[in-house]
Design a protein around this ligand. Sequence first.
Ligand SMILES: *[C@@H]1O[C@H](CO)[C@@H](O)[C@H](O)[C@H]1NC(C)=O
Ligand SMILES: *[C@@H]1O[C@H](CO)[C@@H](O)[C@H](O)[C@H]1NC(C)=O
Ligand SMILES: *[C@@H]1O[C@H](CO)[C@@H](O)[C@H](O)[C@H]1NC(C)=O
Ligand SMILES: *[C@@H]1O[C@H](CO)[C@@H](O)[C@H](O)[C@H]1NC(C)=O
Length: 328
Amino acid sequence: MANSFIKSLIITIPLFTTIKFVMTVPTSLYDTYDYGNNSNLTYCQAPYSFVVEPIYKEDIDLLQFAQNVEHNEADFFLWGALGKGLDEVAPELVLGGPRPIGVRKANLDDITEKIITEFAYEEVGHLRILKETVGGIPRPLMNLSAAVFASFMNRAFEQPLNPPFDPYINSLNFLLGSYIVPYVGLTGYVGASPMIRGNIAKRLTAGLLGVEAGQDAVIRARLYERAEEKVPPYNYTVAEFTDRLSKLRNQLGKCGVKDEGIIVPPELGAEGKSTTNVLSANKDSISYQRTPAEILRILYDTGDEHLPGGFYPSGANGKIAQQYLSKP
Ligand SMILES: *[C@@H]1O[C@H](CO)[C@@H](O)[C@H](O)[C@H]1NC(C)=O
Ligand SMILES: *[C@@H]1O[C@H](CO)[C@@H](O)[C@H](O)[C@H]1NC(C)=O
Ligand SMILES: *[C@@H]1O[C@H](CO)[C@@H](O)[C@H](O)[C@H]1NC(C)=O
Ligand SMILES: *[C@@H]1O[C@H](CO)[C@@H](O)[C@H](O)[C@H]1NC(C)=O
């Protein structure tokens, strides 16, 4: 396996028995861990279980599910910033999945283009380490056309916006389009964390969560700087867009408030004392969590994990999503 190494870990315990564990560990997860010297293990790494646990079946399913969201972000960001997608940048990660529908280069200012380019390559790294660790899934069919984003916006405002919203026409619209998916990925990683069993998958989930949360924070902070501006040519401010989109996601997810716009009433802000809401979090300022079913209800834009649509017209891939599809 590329970028991985096989380590034999030999532990001699007092009963003069030798137990040998053979594991495949992706290098980027444990790169500073010195398996060969047990005397100074804790200095650069947390002292997690000495015996590296295997990847559990449940972990594989959860982390393969996450690839659906990573694929969405990868192609949206790659195309938006670079005008080409995963098929061109890392075709080995597509695994036979069809090309996304309706993606294109966005008309971005210099700073936004640099940031989105970075995010795009981060998604490529995420897909690679996920493939190395739990095996990749074929990229699902994704409809990333302006019309899908427009349909989310129309539903959020409970009326058709005129002209229809297009995330590709300028930086502000692209950031509003980017408000939709990475946050959902973030809540998915938080939701997966208590279900993950093995150390390798825990380490990976935390590392993915960190970067997804960072991306979401950057997107929200850039939107917050323009919170009171109207989004041309509409008569709604940036803050109203985020508020409406968050309410829509709550409504589609059907599990209460797990999503908040960038300006909120104080009762939803940090310690009830802030209306500024650059980060969306619960009353203890802890990130909200969502299950795979909630995520599908939102990203399918149908409110039903059994009924594909929205970004995934044929449904998402991997065992978890496919099980919902097979049971209407
Ligand atoms: C292992 O640890 C010992 C004691 O800290 C140190 O002297 C030695 O150099 C280490 N070996 C390696 C390969 O790092
Ligand atoms: C453990 O490793 C760190 C980093 O390499 C080193 O600075 C430290 O002195 C080591 N501690 C011991 C007890 O060997
Ligand atoms: C993509 O989504 C839009 C909006 O729902 C829809 O009009 C269009 O037909 C879809 N494209 C394909 C190829 O499914
Ligand atoms: C725009 O929105 C403001 C505040 O919601 C409202 O007072 C105003 O009438 C609206 N203007 C148009 C042209 O719809």
